[in-house]
Design a protein around this ligand. Structure first.
Ligand code: GUN
Length: 304
């Protein structure tokens, strides 16, 4: 692998915002060429159940960026009391709709709805979140899958920064189905030596110190400290945590799972929060929707 060799003392900051902007412009080109050559406009349907304010913001941003890259955006907003059966009927109608290539049901869902049942009702070919059990299985067996957006965006930034990842020691902190597990699968596919660490891992700081590539996806503000990081390592911070205004240094500030000020003095490269992994997640949703449209036409995946 090409080593992260930035001088110790000031990590290179990996600019996810700029990277996402570049990716969106390549997606927009891909959309234009699909329209010109095949008369098809990729369509993304986003389903929001209830009125969670954070979800409303996410869904609005997804819709806006979908339109900006030239795609069709459809939004379905259902009341918080919606029964599972009704949501499943909507998913089925979107599965059958040929103008829709990607379906995203925003999580979390209200408690009367079994999220797993809804996700697994989505046609795997339209599952642009990559959460369907078929896509998880395809990824785990190294086959062509829809890959969850946050790990996909993280991998793109890692490859852009480091080039070949093979042989690197990668530690993923967090074992969620949405980030930790698929991230580990992707790194394994790149021939990294992968460790998945979690809340029960013994001596987590020592495990992290063995990482050439450290991915923090635990959802605990600033848990990974500077002295957990191997000098020169590449650090991907997936966490987006809003501190309470009452917390010391809080003021409603957004922080990652990594203590940035400490880490930046040790790491070779690091993604900031905000402006790192976050912007890449929506850009990868748009990438997955374009990929889904390509596959629906029997075309090779777009090279983004
Ligand atoms: N809620 C927060 N992030 C996501 C996401 O990436 N996909 C879905 N479906 N729901 C979310």
């Amino acid at each position: 692998m090409s080593q992260a060799t930035a001088p110790v003392g000031q990590a290179q900051v990996i600019d996810g915002k700029a990277f996402a902007a570049g990716l969106r412009s390549r997606i927009a080109e891909g959309v234009k060429s699909l329209q010109a050559n095949h008369g098809v406009t990729p369509g993304l349907a986003v389903v929001l159940v209830g009125e969670d304010p954070a979800s409303q913001v996410y869904v609005r941003n997804k819709g806006k960026q979908t339109v900006e890259v030239g795609k069709k955006s459809v939004k379905h907003e259902l009341p918080a009391e919606t029964e599972q059966e009704e949501l499943l009927e909507l998913v089925e109608s979107l599965n059958q709709d040929p103008s829709i290539h990607g379906i995203l049901v925003q999580l979390p869902l209200p408690k009367q709805i079994d999220a797993e049942a809804v996700i697994n009702a989505i046609d795997p070919a339209k599952d642009v979140d990559g959460f369907h059990v078929v896509n998880a299985g395809l990824l785990a067996t190294g086959q062509s899958a829809m890959v969850p957006c946050t790990p996909l965006g993280s991998l793109m930034m890692l490859k852009h920064h480091l080039g070949d990842l093979s042989g690197a020691n990668a530690v993923v902190v967090g074992r969620s189905n949405i980030v930790g597990k698929p991230m580990a699968q992707l790194l394994l596919k790149e021939s990294c030596t992968v460790t998945i660490a979690h809340s029960r891992t013994r001596d987590l700081p020592a495990v992290c110190r063995g990482a050439d590539i450290l991915v923090a996806a635990v959802g605990r503000p600033e848990m990974v400290r500077g002295d957990w990081i191997k000098p020169g390592a590449t650090v991907i911070d997936v966490g987006i945590n809003r501190l309470e205004p009452s917390e010391p240094g809080g003021k409603g500030r957004l922080v990652g799972d990594v203590a940035y000020d400490e880490a930046v003095a040790v790491a070779g490269a690091i993604t900031p929060v905000p402006g790192g992994v976050g912007p890449m997640t929506i850009a990868c949703l748009l990438a997955n929707t374009l990929t889904a449209a390509h596959r629906s036409l029997g075309l090779p995946d777009p090279q983004l």
